[in-house]
Ligand binder design. Structure first.
Ligand code: PEP
Length: 247
């Protein structure tokens, strides 16, 4: 059986003091975890998190990565820079990046490629908006988003983590039902199976208002291999409850 993976996405939250308290509480409360655990912290705090997470019990992640390796790209952060701070994962194509920063499927595919080339595991996000779901376009949208990444990354696709995040469930308190989520995860798995013989080892995470109360049911679904957790990752007790639901 695949190991489950729980990833916290702190988004643009934190401070030196708050991060220290949160990470220490997570480390103290976690013990020996049977699942993978990571936190994606804002870039200015990687150095702090690298020191605090030196035991290796929790992996460090970034919330984005540049498609470029080096050069005149003001404000961007390269995968090699992530590497220097011990970053293992980078979220790529989060709906907030697609929506507020105009990231297209093609850009997301290139970011995935640049992360993989540097040995960073991209957590590639796909998901439909409420309007797209209501128009019956969920399948079409997530398949198109994943197809761009598959097309650009070829056989390396088996090295990604995929996250299904229905946009209408992110930060809204609305969660896809376990059945709704499983349905999309199954079709994403089938799409991966058509692209690689290693599809079964790709972790497909669910994200969208996952919390201590709904995590166990979501994580019990056949094709849900973990969670990408926003709001609930900012409170140690909530995040720890999700981690323990994944064991
Ligand atoms: C996210 O930002 O990836 C996310 C899933 O957020 P939330 O858990 O707050 O819905």
């Amino acid at each position: 059986m695949k190991k489950k993976l729980i990833v916290g996405n702190w988004k643009m939250n934190g401070s030196l003091a708050a991060n220290q308290a949160l990470l220490q509480a997570l480390l103290a409360g976690m013990g020996q975890s049977a699942c993978g655990v990571a936190v994606c912290v804002p870039a200015p705090y990687w150095a702090q998190a690298q020191v605090l997470l030196a035991s290796g019990a929790i992996d460090l992640g970034a919330q984005d990565v540049s498609q470029h390796a080096v050069g005149a790209f003001t404000g961007e952060v390269s995968p090699a820079m992530l590497k220097e701070f011990g970053v293992r994962y980078a979220i790529v194509g989060h709906s907030e990046r697609r929506q507020y920063h105009g990231e297209t499927d093609a850009v997301v595919a290139l970011k995935t490629q640049s992360a993989l080339a540097a040995g960073i595991t991209p957590i590639v996000c796909v998901g439909e908006t409420l309007a797209e779901r209501e128009a019956g376009k969920t399948e079409e949208v997530v398949k198109r988003q994943l197809a761009a990444v598959v097309h650009t990354n070829g056989h390396c696709i088996s090295e990604i983590v995929l996250a299904y995040e229905p946009v209408w469930a992110i930060g809204t308190g609305l969660t896809a039902t376990p059945e709704q989520a499983q349905q999309v995860h199954a079709l994403l798995r089938a799409q991966l199976q058509a692209a690689t013989s290693h599809a079964d080892r790709i972790q497909i995470l669910y994200g969208g208002s996952m919390n201590a109360g709904n995590a166990a049911q979501l994580l019990a679904q056949t094709d849900i291999d973990g969670g990408l957790v926003g709001g609930a990752s900012l409170k140690a007790v909530d995040f720890l409850a999700i981690v323990s639901a994944a064991q």
